[in-house]
Write a protein that binds this ligand. Structure first.
Ligand code: CA
Length: 341
């Protein structure tokens, strides 16, 4: 363990010099942490967050050209007035003295806002063309849940935007009537976990499903991932979801699902030489906790291993260039996991 001095960390990303940027969810603060565990003062300039329920300052990512432009992106739940809130994404430039974010601008707002404390998403992943995926929840309640199937709503979607928040002309629904052009894929429940495959460059997501229905998906442009029409598992109330069906024409099956569930948090593909796990998926687990390693053959899951349950509720996983991997958890820890060094 490198430090236990964080305050409910949620998102973790590595800077080019090997330090980390970490979000502290409830506090709504963004800090820089060295590999020795020294934690900076909170960066000045982060907007106020709504921190009820599952809300707060959520994921963080750095620009693919961070070394020259110093943009840091972060997702958070934002007060929208009238007791409503929603997931937003902002970016700011890390100042030369590293004490603040400058030119902070909100680049995306999930609409509609809702009166709910649940299911905000929201991981941030850049693709190889420098476009930004944002994974979003459906706010959990029975009414907004239905909007996962509504392409004129941004609830229960994966969206793809340019770094300045504009819509890429290559998005699948650009120019389609009654459809939000930010949408990449739809029919999702609460996606808090996403990474880019190191070989194919494709987006993979891990979704909080209902009881017995957490899923791995490989969301493709314009496709429908089924929620809440098709799903594995049942509602946490004990009731079936909708008609209780798991397949329907025009809706995609997950790559994999868990019953019992793992409560997926952040994920990353393993790249490196320290562990013999090339291109395996490492997924943080909230319950039962620890890290879940998923072995793949191409796009197919061929095995699973549970690691590090002693780390309890893991919030994010990051692999560094030396092949070690790092996690943050609800114990307020940053932990480096290595072998042979
Ligand atoms: Ca699904």
């Amino acid at each position: 363990m490198v430090t236990s001095g964080l305050r409910k960390p949620w998102g973790l990303t590595e800077l080019p010099d090997g330090r980390f940027v970490v979000t502290e969810r409830e506090e709504g603060t963004l800090v820089i942490v060295t590999r020795e565990g020294e934690i900076s003062a909170p960066l000045i300039g982060v907007p106020a967050v709504y921190n009820g329920g599952q809300g707060g300052l959520l994921d963080v990512a750095i620009d693919p050209n961070f070394a020259s432009n110093r943009w840091i992106y972060f997702s958070y739940s934002e007060n929208r007035g009238n007791n409503q809130n929603g997931t937003s994404v902002a970016r700011g430039r890390l100042s030369a003295d590293e004490k603040s974010l400058e030119n902070v601008t909100v680049i995306f707002r999930q609409m509609p806002a809702w009166n709910s404390t649940l299911h905000f998403g929201s991981r941030l992943v850049f693709d190889r063309n420098g476009l930004l995926y944002v994974t979003l929840g459906e706010r959990s309640n029975p009414e907004p849940r239905q909007q996962s199937q509504d392409r004129n709503s941004l609830l229960g979607k994966v969206v793809r935007i340019n770094p300045d928040g504009t819509v890429p002309s290559s998005n699948p629904f650009v120019g389609v009537a009654n459809t939000k052009p930010e949408i990449w894929s739809y029919g999702h429940r609460n996606v808090q976990s996403a990474a880019l495959h190191p070989v194919t460059g494709e987006l993979w997501t891990v979704e909080h499903g209902p009881r017995g229905g957490d899923e791995i998906n490989r969301p493709e442009a314009g496709k429908n991932y089924g929620w809440p029409v098709i799903t594995y598992g049942i509602d946490y109330s004990g009731q079936p979801i909708g008609a209780g069906i798991t397949a329907q024409q025009g809706m995609e099956q997950p790559v994999y699902y868990w019953d019992p569930v793992i409560g997926p948090s952040g994920t990353t593909f393993y790249e490196g030489d320290m562990f013999p796990w090339q291109n395996n998926l490492l997924i943080g687990s909230l319950n039962p906790g620890g890290v879940v390693r998923i072995m793949l053959n191409g796009n197919r899951v061929v095995g699973e291993e549970r690691l590090l349950s002693e780390l309890k509720r893991v919030r994010d996983v990051e692999v560094t260039s030396d092949g070690a991997f790092w996690v943050v958890n609800d114990e307020n820890q940053l932990v480096r996991v290595s072998r042979g060094d």
